[in-house]
Design a protein. Structure first.
Length: 235
């Protein structure tokens, strides 16, 4: 009818988004720690961890760990071809306003160098690619160093292919137990859990999970909290 406004249904973006590689910009450090790293006074993350200083700039990690890799956790879902839910790395949420529906995207990323360095982070934005970029930056700010070893009585090779002892982590309703495994067992865990364990540099481990593990953010965070405890007996 003339005079009436036409209502158009907005489409929810469901495409899979991968981290976008942008051209490197010149880094201008803003913190005292960043200035020391840029000047070459601090040459490794170990010096930062030992001093207990907090990393507030992701460029610090980029400079000290140039071989850092990233993975996206599949936290979102969309309708699959044959029914059911297909997992995607972007979670879309919608809120109703007077002007209509407003969508927001969130992503959850894991970073690591596959040699004892790992971090996790969550980012949200209106655009999916911006959410991915924020998640990776936050993961770099939450980076930690883990202790590896061979705590399995079946192996005893004294190599850093597993964890030194049993550890437990919790987040929400999810509880995770990591157990040392002998060489050659591999990562006995779900596909999403393997991402953080692989980037942490762990090659053999047994994992037990309890609670609502479908909440993958809680699952990965519980594993991250368990990995933090590997230094609990360090003097």
């Amino acid at each position: 009818m003339p005079g009436e406004k036409e209502e158009k249904e907005e489409e929810i973006p469901t495409e899979e988004v991968q981290p976008e590689v942008k051209p490197a910009k010149e880094w201008v450090p803003k913190t005292s720690l960043g200035k020391e790293v840029a000047e070459g006074k601090i040459k490794s993350l170990d010096e930062i961890f030992e001093s207990g200083r907090r990393i507030l700039e992701p460029e610090i990690v980029d400079k000290l760990v140039p071989n850092l890799k990233s993975e996206l956790i599949l936290i979102g879902g969309r309708a699959g071809k044959g029914g059911g839910i297909e997992r995607i790395p972007i979670r879309i949420t919608a809120t109703m306003h007077k002007s209509g529906r407003r969508f927001r995207a969130s992503a959850f990323a894991v970073v690591g160098n596959e040699d004892g360095i790992v971090g996790i982070g969550k980012g949200s934005s209106v655009e999916p690619r911006d959410a991915v970029e924020k998640a990776i930056k936050k993961a770099k700010l939450n980076i930690i160093k883990i202790k590896r070893g061979c705590g399995s009585w079946e192996c005893g090779c004294k190599e850093e292919h597993s964890i030194p002892y049993k550890v437990e982590g919790k987040c929400g309703s999810v509880r995770v137990i990591l157990l040392p495994a002998p060489n050659g067992v591999g990562l006995v865990a779900s596909d999403e859990a393997k991402k953080i364990l692989r980037l942490a540099g762990i090659k053999d481990v047994w994992m037990k999970t309890f609670g609502n593990t479908k909440m993958r953010i809680n699952l990965i965070t519980a594993i991250f909290n368990a990995l933090k405890k590997l230094y609990i007996y360090e003097r």
